[in-house]
Ligand binder design. Sequence first.
Ligand code: ZN
Ligand code: ZN
Length: 237
Amino acid sequence: MERYTEGCLVCGAEIVYSDQPERRECFYCGQAGDTNAACQAGHYVCDTCHAEPGFAFISQQALAYQNTDPVDLATQIMRDKTINMHGPEHHFIVVSALLASYRNAGGEIDLPSALHVAFSRASSVPGGACGFWGSCGAGVSTGIFISVVTGATPLSEQEWSLANLMTSQSLNTICQHGGPRCCKRNTWLAITQAIDYVEEHLNLSMIHSEKTICEFSSRNQQCRKARCLFHPEHLEA
Ligand SMILES: [Zn+2]
Ligand SMILES: [Zn+2]
């Protein structure tokens, strides 16, 4: 996604400042805000999208997505050249793909707001939490997803249990597939677990992708290859 570095991030045009703030929707994430600054073409970019290109890109993909297959959406996002082979951006990819698909399947959420909340939480889970904390960020992000859609807080009862149970189930699946870490594998595993979980506990159906075949293996020096569920050789075996 090209971003201009001067003037409007979206189109490069000059920014026009108004005396009175106007209500506009962020070009990238859709969040409405009162602003005195927009370009000549009317583009407005919120502070989060301005500071965090990864947030802007992933949110934009999530908002534009029309289907209910979160593995498919996550994989589409991963193909962008701005997404690293591994890295904590995958934590936000997990929760964004789930939120978009959940909304498209009929879940009642305000997606732009949900993405902002999810980003502030997911981006505070550092890369390497899998090995250092014993809590893979992809798994934690499924708990963030359930927390956001159920409105859980530390004082909730049922929602509190639902969010923590979600994370535990994702981590349970992730650990059974063995290390070393792979942010692609763990993203797909966590999302797949969340689809089943939402069906069972929130009575809402999202689509399971057709068999996912990894297209990123050649970029992963620590790939488990045939020992990974998603590797082409594993599927042929
Ligand atoms: Zn513009
Ligand atoms: Zn924004």
